[in-house]
Write a protein that binds this ligand. Sequence first.
Ligand SMILES: O=C([O-])CC(=O)C(=O)O
Ligand SMILES: [Mg+2]
Length: 223
Amino acid sequence: MAPSKPITRFWEWGKNIICVGRNYAEHAKEMKNTLPTEPLFFLKPSSAYVREGSPIVRPYYCHKLHHEVELGVVIGKRAQEVPQAAAMGHVAGYALCLDMTARDTQEECKAKGLPWTLAKGFSTSCPVSDFIPKEKVPDPHQLKIWLKVNGELRQEGHTSAMIFSIPYVISYVSGIIALEEGDVILTGSPQGVSAVQEKDEIEAGIEGLLTMRFQVAQQKYRP
Ligand SMILES: O=C([O-])CC(=O)C(=O)O
Ligand SMILES: [Mg+2]
């Protein structure tokens, strides 16, 4: 059944957040990762969304919280086993997303062969902008995305540099996970990821379309 809320507030729908990793060669290189031959992907829980006005909270177990600025693709129509040629017909629009990453935890998970959930799926790990309808974006592979910390430019990337295009990612993922209306695909981070501290101000944008700002806070809770 179609959700009754407008897709302009997709982050309230409780749908899937699918994240592609290592989709920009320069970022894979800075992380000393090999280039993927097929998209690498992982999930965040939908409760990971956070909106402007609320802080990004560094988890109590993390000492190296990294920002990754990424273009989010918002699915508008269920997609299962969709060929590349039809993939863009399943897109409702876009959003700017941050794939906040507990990098030290991720390194530990990689070394131990454990899943990345603690590193990628904690609450507030997916700051998200307003919805951008697809009509406003003639070509999603011609966007400049950027991120500043305390006014200093840290990331600047062009979506033309993606290794796997948006139609390919939709086609590939839809052959494994059925995509639903309101799902979002984070398309991977360009280079320049770096650590942020409590009280840091993160500003990110898609050139010519929108900007968003978040402050970093520290989780006080200990189990
Ligand atoms: O954290 C990573 O290594 C992968 C990732 O999310 C990205 O490349 O955007
Ligand atoms: Mg990422």
